[in-house]
Design a protein around this ligand. Structure first.
Ligand code: SAM
Length: 338
């Protein structure tokens, strides 16, 4: 008999695609409003093919995403927020990114094994040239980042306690998942998202949606070429995991130079366990980082080393209840103009 863990690993691809297709056809919204509906009733309400829908519902039930009593289907306990497009915890934007972007890149892994990443990627565009290849793909990526980052950012902003900060610089802050959460919790704070120009309209839309006025602004730039704006708190959310150690060191050094004495840097990332035995999502995304970017995931100790090497002191690690955690470094009040 196939061990259960192996079976789930083998058939996992079906679960991701079934989630994606069900989401796109409104299945989760329907079952939220009409829990217990049969495949026939659901198919009629959504005007989709009943046979195909029932097969999808059976797959999702087998994976434990849905419960079934043999007749009707309902969302399994705890699932709703993560499949509900109106909930800030929704993961379906991220699932779009997996099926619409990540999936087609898996083939490169085999070439990496045979010829190495550098050789395989010789002709490949730089990570964000590929991810931002057209408007649709910019929007899809930024939606995925919002879905992954915004909800946990409320917790991360509270863990960081920004009550003593005045000017946040959200480096690669995307459409503002962290800035929006930080500004809503700390009324004295202002934030500048520093990011590539393609991001500007997406940040402006979020600033309007959250009624942040001029407390949230945008600085277009390339963090490899341009200096960072000055501030007393620098956020790096899911940035360092895109790059190798040397690049991370130079980005953190730039932040150190732009940071007011006594200011802080907030590194917000997935963390590997100390022995790198998990968590599962970190191990999976560490593989994804390999072909989607030039980065990797790290342990807390590795981030503390990077912060120290850039000049930041008093490194501390604060874990959230989600996948993204906080590592803080402080720029000393005086000294260390290196
Ligand atoms: C993985 S996303 C992280 C988004 C957000 N900070 C979060 O925590 O969800 C990486 C961000 O870095 C930005 N970025 C990538 N290369 C950049 C560059 N050279 N200069 C400025 N921003 C860049 C991207 O546009 C994107 O918003």
């Amino acid at each position: 008999m196939i061990p259960a863990n192996l079976e789930r690993a083998v058939y996992g691809m079906y679960a991701t695609h079934a989630l994606s297709v069900a989401d796109r056809h409104g299945v989760f919204g329907h079952l939220t409003r009409h829990s217990g509906d049969s495949a026939g009733k659901t198919a009629a309400a959504l005007a989709v093919d009943e046979d195909t829908l029932e097969r999808l519902l059976l797959v999702l039930s087998s994976f434990g995403v849905l419960d079934s009593d043999g007749e009707g289907y309902s969302l399994a306990a705890g699932v709703r927020p993560y499949v509900d497009r109106d909930d800030p915890r929704c993961l379906m934007g991220f699932v779009d990114h997996l099926t619409g972007g990540t999936a087609e890149q898996f083939g490169r892994l085999s070439s990496y094994l045979d010829a190495g990443k550098a050789e395989t990627d010789r002709e490949t565009p730089a990570p964000f040239d590929a991810i931002y290849r057209d408007e649709e793909s910019v929007g899809r990526f930024l939606n995925a980042m919002w879905g992954l980052s915004h909800h946990v950012s409320h917790e991360l902003a509270a863990l960081a306690d920004l009550s003593g900060s005045r000017q946040l610089i959200d480096v690669g802050g995307a459409s503002g998942p962290f800035s929006v959460a930080a500004l809503s919790a700390f009324p004295q704070l202002r934030s500048t998202v520093f990011d590539l120009p393609q991001v500007a309209p997406h940040l402006a839309a979020r600033a309007t949606e959250h009624k942040l006025g001029d407390r949230l602004d945008f600085a277009a730039g390339d963090f490899f070429r341009d200096p960072l704006p000055a501030g007393d708190c620098f956020a790096f959310g899911y940035i360092l995991s895109d790059w190798d150690d040397e690049t991370c060191a130079s980005l953190l050094r730039k932040a150190y130079e732009a940071c007011l004495p006594g200011g802080r840097v907030l590194v917000m990332e997935r963390l590997f366990d100390d022995d790198r035995g998990g968590p599962l999502a970190t191990a999976v995304m560490n593989l994804s980082m390999h072909f989607e970017t030039q980065g990797r995931h790290r342990t807390a100790a590795e981030y503390l080393d990077l912060l120290r090497a850039a000049g930041f002191e008093d490194g501390t690690v604060r874990r959230s209840s989600g996948d993204k955690h906080l590592v803080v470094g402080v720029r000393a009040e005086s000294g260390s103009e290196r």
